[in-house]
Design a protein around this ligand. Structure first.
Ligand SMILES: [Zn+2]
Ligand SMILES: [Zn+2]
Length: 344
């Protein structure tokens, strides 16, 4: 497992690549992707590769405080020429990469110094969407009265993805595959308190690495010695939606599976299947939890336990949400079941 979306000293974070990799190793993570704003400086300095037991990959977050519409771009080694949102999305594809719109429904209104950066260019042909951003959710609920409690218990505010984001994600998948990601958006910022007399570190990297983790579904174990191979394995799985996101604070999500079987063949999300022949959906979770099977944004089946089974031949977007004690835990990518009558 690994973590996506974080900033170093090269943009508005406070840690070096090496320090961040060490924190990830202490948390038992296998990989991470650095996404500084609007540049690939860490890549150009050759700061990717192996740090202890962790693979460090370099991407970028296109957009910054002056440029709304932030796009997380992976698998590129040069930057798009334009930062117009539609054009930059197209350019990332042209450069051989892929990306996800970051914190698409960000809402912040209590602190003037922390304005929101929602996504507005919905016509852009983006590949993916960040369905859950740890920092955004924390800031969204922040008020002048609860801020010290929130600083002390930073991960308690992590309840689940924004409902508006999930709704639009389901709608998008009816038209084309759109991969869902979770992101920590780690900066480890210093926040001035008591009129600037002290600085409080908001979320050490290590704290955030305990929150939204990404679990890859790899056909072979992640290579531990060759960066080119590991890089390709990680990026291919991320690009194709062969992964799921989990809030680690709720529990270790290793072992979660959402499988669809049709005609004796097993599929993992994201896969596009054809309706008609019965599809057997199976969900397995590593601990007792509340499992929701969702179709086109609506709850189709709810089970409390460690597994769920469902049969269907209906078209639609099927995905799984798992909760423990009313807190969001695991969010799968979807199966897209398209109407067989509409296919050729
Ligand atoms: Zn951003
Ligand atoms: Zn960011």
């Amino acid at each position: 497992m690994g973590v996506l979306h974080m900033h170093t000293l090269y943009s508005d974070g406070t840690g070096t690549v090496g320090q961040i990799a060490n924190y990830a190793e202490e948390r038992g993570l296998q990989w991470l992707i650095i996404t500084d704003h609007c540049h690939l400086e860490a890549y150009e300095r050759g700061e990717y590769g192996r740090y202890g037991n962790v693979w460090v990959l370099i991407g970028t977050e296109l957009g910054d405080e002056d440029l709304p519409n932030h796009y997380l771009a992976y698998g590129i080694t040069e930057l798009p020429e334009q930062l117009d949102p539609v054009q930059m999305v197209k350019d990332v594809t042209k450069l051989g990469g892929f990306g996800a719109i970051a914190h698409p429904h960000e809402k912040r209104d209590e602190f003037e110094e922390m304005p929101p950066y929602p996504w507005t260019a919905w016509e852009a042909p983006f590949d993916g969407i960040e369905i859950w951003n740890q920092l955004s959710q924390w800031v969204e609920g922040l008020t002048h009265t609860n801020k010290y409690r929130r600083f002390l218990h930073p991960l308690k505010s992590l309840t689940g993805p924004d409902k508006a984001t999930l709704r639009i994600w389901d709608e998008l998948n009816l038209r084309r595959p759109v991969v869902g990601y979770v992101g920590v958006d780690a900066h480890a910022l210093d926040y001035p308190v008591l009129r600037g007399m002290f600085k409080l570190r908001v979320f050490a990297y290590k704290v955030q690495f305990r929150s939204l983790q990404t679990h890859l579904l790899l056909p072979e174990p992640l290579n531990q010695s060759d960066f080119q191979i590991a890089n390709e394995q990680i990026l291919t799985a991320l690009r194709n939606g062969h992964h799921y996101g989990a809030n680690h604070r709720v529990g270790d999500a290793r072992g979660f599976r959402f499988i669809a079987t049709q005609g004796g063949i097993h599929y993992h999300p994201i896969a596009t299947l054809t309706s008609g022949e019965t599809i057997h959906f199976r969900v397995k979770v590593p601990m007792c939890a509340r499992i929701h099977l969702i179709r086109n944004g609506q709850l189709l089946m709810r089970v409390r336990g460690r597994s769920l089974r469902y049969e269907s031949s209906q078209p639609g977007i099927y995905r799984v949400e798992v909760f423990r004690k009313a807190t969001g835990w695991i969010f799968s990518n979807p199966f897209r079941v398209v109407d067989s009558a509409k296919c050729g």
